[in-house]
Design a protein. Structure first.
Lengths: 394, 596
């Protein structure tokens, strides 16, 4: 199946921040129900990678009866190959702050936090300035909403929402058992909406222009535009806003160096697509009618023929082995086994069939790991081993 | 009442209370789901993933311990997907584990070994990771040996140390493959706040945490004909030992235990209950003296409430956590140490033995007792008062090694001189027991009448409530205690160090006004001690407690001051409670310790 949808650049996210005061005051004059409906009809899905419908997320938290609720902006951008949230926070911070306050209005929260990746400490001074300006305006319009920055300390796992809460609570950053979900039991055990930076930038667009403007972009199940962090063997690395639903072939035409062997969609926890599947792969959320659709938090890594896929996988697995929180067996030990397993095959200490055993192990990790980290190791592992088996062995 | 919800487990429909976890629901339906990181005493962690199950319509598996049932759920606990995943997880755990089972202290009582056996993990497909790392075994503590190569990172010990004990000596550090269970700054166990309570050992599913054992040393002493080996047995051992030797929890095996000890070759088999009675005499007198000094003399140097000092885990806890409150502790040594001091003085004299030739062994439900016996101040007899401390588990090992068919043993009696005890001594083994024993004696000393409770059973201080309170009003006391007329003696009992911490905080903040508090480091008191048989659970501890109280009820004498051997020792040796000699041999002092 070939995807006919063309790659289209758009320019929403980094534009038109200046009227944020207007967007904020207009939005909070609307009822929570109206705003939720607006979001739901936009069909915006979370831009962190998991793709949970944002409107539904806000709705669930708004229905909780608790007096204390929280809005958290997940800026722990740690997925290898993503660097878009950094740009949003440095270029259009008021969009994010505005959306957080609107979310507070919708769910009934008076406090918001930005969980900022430890390595992004340099964003803090400017962001704090923006926050004071923002809070000053909130005071003017009698909106009771405070935003604070919480600095992460460098653990990848703390981007997982419940590990993030634990980290904020001063505990070890380990994911929690789910259920309960953050919408009812989040930060400090209170109902919490936690959204990716980019998601909040899009909600700004939706509140400003209405759901239709957003909905008209993209394809069915994958509405709107998305920021892509393009890196690897490309003549033009950088951040690009594109409509969802394009084919990977078009993407490679635009960004490849003419020798693209494979693209890693969605970072280390995403999928590797080999050249022979570029035509049949679309970038977006999986829907019933589409062919192969790959969601992504925005990371697009291009590899040309000079790259060894063994080295690529080896690198990912070292990353996971180190960044697993270590609490659950499948992830902690599984990552070690996958890594030492492919090395053993490469050295000839294990035979090629051992890769099949490792594939089954990866599948078990997907079924049984406690959180998204361990569950998604199988994505890159299986897609690389399946498509580049000979590179694993020889 | 809430409406029940209907689910199906392996095709069988069951109705259960909403909020029930899948694990509990399955148990109600007669389906056992294997677990590892789950423990009835602890919060749910859901990190080992052994209890994964399949829920119809969900691609991923869920963990039974942490997932609540929902209406209409169709649960499969033994589908192919579940079996394969579970087997993988056990294989992964084994690949990370130093599975040198034949050389492991926990061989035969290891939950990981059981799982491996159940799932017949006969091959080793995955790469063995454990030998690839450098591990050092922490043997610095006199009580606890920590071997990280056997650790499966289930965090049961951490949850125990934090939730049950509030000590936080053990913690999780690092992430990924470096994640490990360790201490503050990865110091040795003897160099941190560890109280040596041994609850981590009781809750460890593998051999990563075990007691430091002194079995061979004791065998050597027994074999040495020049030595006279005297053994004492703590109250709680007699209601726990049976579990290691084929009896159900709650079996009372006092007579068999004495018989077994004699067969093992100990020269004298004595009872710590005797010195428990002695503790009551000393501590009861100390309490009454303190009350007089505070109420009548208004002596600002004397502190109330007075806290018991029998539990060495509690002693180390207060030394670390509340060092400014050490003068609240009774100066009485624990029964074990009183016994030790007397073994090499009173006993040696009575039997005409050279104390240097005496080896004093104690059988304790406790690992902290090993540390206590090694404290530098515990040499009041002129020698080390207690030479070796064995746990209930170590004694069971010796009995098995000696080929003794424990079940068939005829009951025997303790030897005389320090082998007589009362019901009051026995109940030291249960939470509230010291308090109850003290009240039975103190009330009677003061008023000349028995405590006003039916059959001497002081119910308010019994049971498994974390903190218990009781008060007794003193009316018509004897003339010499007239100053206590109308005084309402307020008492509290705390067991499990997390509860001890709560009571201490209440005292520090001035919210509590007690006269006398019993503190026990372990949940349920000594019967739930860190040296008792594994497994432990609230249910098992309840059964052991029932056995303790049954033992008490069956005793002809149930008040410490009526113990004929106690009367004798005061007549022949100590003169009277809190005499100069008692102070020399039976009382001690404490050491303020840092937290870090």
């Amino acid at each position: 199946m070939t995807i006919s949808y063309q790659l289209k650049r758009v320019d929403f996210i980094f534009k038109n921040e200046n009227d944020w005061e207007d967007v904020l005051s207009k939005s909070i004059s609307r009822t929570p129900q109206e705003l939720i409906n607006e979001l739901i009809s936009s069909e915006l899905k979370g831009r962190g990678g998991a793709g949970f419908p944002t409107g539904l997320k806000w709705k669930l938290s708004s229905e909780e009866g608790d007096d204390t609720k929280y809005v958290i902006c997940n800026a722990d951008e740690g997925e290898p190959g993503t660097f878009k949230d950094r740009e949003i926070l440095s270029r259009v911070p008021f969009k994010v702050l505005t959306s957080m306050a609107v979310c507070g209005h919708v769910i009934g929260a008076k406090e918001g936090y930005i969980y900022l990746r430890g390595e992004y400490f340099f964003l803090q001074p400017e962001l704090n300035k923006a926050i004071s300006e923002f809070e000053y305006y909130c005071k003017e319009i009698n909106l009771d909403f405070k935003i604070r920055i919480f600095m992460g300390s460098g653990a990848y796992i703390c981007g997982e929402e419940t590990a993030l809460f634990e980290s904020m609570e001063g505990k070890r950053g380990e994911p929690r058992n789910k259920p309960p979900y953050p919408s009812s039991y989040g930060y400090m055990g209170k109902p919490t909406v936690i959204n990716n930076v980019e998601t909040l930038a899009h909600t700004f667009t939706i509140f400003k222009y209405g759901a239709k403007r957003f909905y008209d972009l993209g394809v069915q199940y994958s509405r709107g535009s998305k920021l892509f962090s393009v890196s690897g063997d490309t003549p033009k690395p950088g951040i690009y806003e594109l409509e969802l639903g394009m084919s990977l072939a078009d993407f490679v035409d635009e960004f490849g160096d003419g020798d693209t062997k494979a693209v890693q969609v969605g970072g280390a926890s995403g999928f590797l697509v080999p050249r022979k599947r570029f035509n049949e792969t679309a970038i977006g959320f999986q829907g019933k009618l589409t062919g192969i659709s790959l969601p992504t938090g925005g990371s697009m890594m291009l590899f040309n023929s000079s790259r060894s896929m063994f080295n690529v996988l080896d690198n990912y697995l070292e990353f996971f082995r180190e960044e697993s929180c270590g609490q659950c067996t499948p992830c902690r030990v599984g990552c070690q086994q996958l890594l030492s397993g492919i090395k053993a095959v490469k050295r000839g200490e294990k035979n090629a069939q051992y890769l099949d055993k490792l594939m089954r192990l990866a599948e078990t990790m997907q079924y049984t790991a406690k959180c998204g980290l361990g569950q998604s190791v199988a994505n890159s592992f299986s897609s690389i081993v399946e498509n580049f088996r000979e590179e694993m062995i020889y | 009442m809430t409406k029940k919800i209907k689910i199906s487990i392996n095709g069988v429909f069951v109705e259960i209370e909403p909020g029930t976890t899948i694990l509990d629901a399955a148990l109600q339906a007669g389906v056992i789901i294997p677990t590892l990181c789950y423990h009835k005493d602890l919060c749910v962690a859901g990190n080992c993933r052994v209890c994964v199950i399949e829920i119809a319509g969900q691609k991923r598996l869920a963990v039974a311990c942490a997932t609540p049932c929902e209406e209409g759920m169709e649960i499969l606990t033994n589908s192919l997907k579940v079996r394969n995943s579970r087997k993988h997880i056990i294989e992964l755990l084994l690949s990370e584990h130093n599975a040198d089972c034949t050389r492991c202290y926990k061989n035969g009582n290891c939950e990981l070994q059981n799982l491996a056996s159940e799932f017949k993990i006969m091959t080793q497909d995955f790469i063995q990771l454990a030998p690839l790392r450098k591990y050092t075994i922490d043997m610095f503590s006199p009580s606890i040996v920590k071997d990280d190569s056997k650790c499966i990172r289930c965090q049961r010990c951490v949850r125990t140390c934090v939730e049950l004990q509030g000590v936080n000596a053990l913690t999780v550090a690092h992430k990924g493959d470096h994640m490990k269970i360790t201490t503050f700054f990865e110091k040795a166990m003897n160099d941190v706040v560890c109280t040596n309570c041994g609850q981590c050992i009781n809750h460890c599913p593998t051999g990563a945490l075990v007691e430091k054992n002194y079995i061979e040393e004791v065998w050597d002493a027994i074999a040495d004909k020049t030595k006279h080996v005297i053994v004492q047995t703590a109250p709680a051992v007699r209601v726990g030992l049976g579990e290691e030797l084929g009896f159900e929890p709650g079996a009372r095996v006092t007579g068999k235990m004495v018989a077994a000890l004699k067969r093992l070759g100990f020269d004298a088999v004595m009872d710590t209950d005797f010195t428990a009675d002695l503790t009551i005499m000393e501590e009861g007198t100390e309490l009454l003296t303190r009350l007089k000094k505070v109420l009548v003399d208004h002596d600002p140097e004397v502190k109330l409430p007075m806290a018991t000092s029998c539990s060495p885990g509690w002693i180390k806890y207060i030394e670390h956590m509340f060092p400014n409150y050490l003068d609240h502790l009774s100066t009485c040594k624990s029964p074990q140490q009183m016994f030790g001091a007397l073994a090499k003085t009173y006993y040696a004299k009575a039997r005409n033995l050279d104390p240097e030739k005496i080896v004093s062994v104690s059988i304790m439900p406790c690992t902290a007792k090993k540390f206590e016996a090694a404290r530098p101040e515990m040499h009041d007899s002129g020698y080390r008062d207690v030479d070796y401390v064995l746990t209930t588990r170590e004694l069971a090992i010796m009995i098995k090694q000696a080929g003794i068919d424990f079940m068939k043993l005829e009951d025997m009696h303790y030897d005389r001189l320090m082998g007589e005890s009362t019901g009051a001594g026995v109940i030291f083994g249960a939470t509230g027991g010291v308090m109850e024993a003290a009240l039975r004696t103190a009330y009677e000393l003061v008023t000349g009448r028995e405590v006003p409770f039916e059959n001497l059973n002081i119910a308010p201080v019994r049971g498994m409530e974390g903190v218990k309170e009781a008060s007794i009003k003193i009316e018509n006391p004897l003339k010499e205690w007239a100053f206590l007329e109308g005084v309402e003696l307020k008492c509290a009992v705390a067991h499990g160090l997390v509860n001890a911490g709560k009571v201490m905080e209440a005292i520090r903040s001035g919210k509590a006004s007690y006269h006398f508090i019993e503190f026990m480091a372990c949940p349920g008191g000594c019967l739930g001690g860190g040296g008792q048989p594994i497994p432990t659970s609230p249910e098992i501890r309840r059964k052991r407690a029932e056995a303790i109280y049954a033992e008490d009820a069956g005793m002809p004498i149930r008040k410490s001051h009526q113990n004929p051997e106690i009367i004798k020792i005061y007549k022949d040796f100590l003169d009277h409670p809190n005499s100069e000699k008692s102070h020399h041999l039976l009382h001690t002092h404490y050491t303020s310790r840092e937290r870090f």
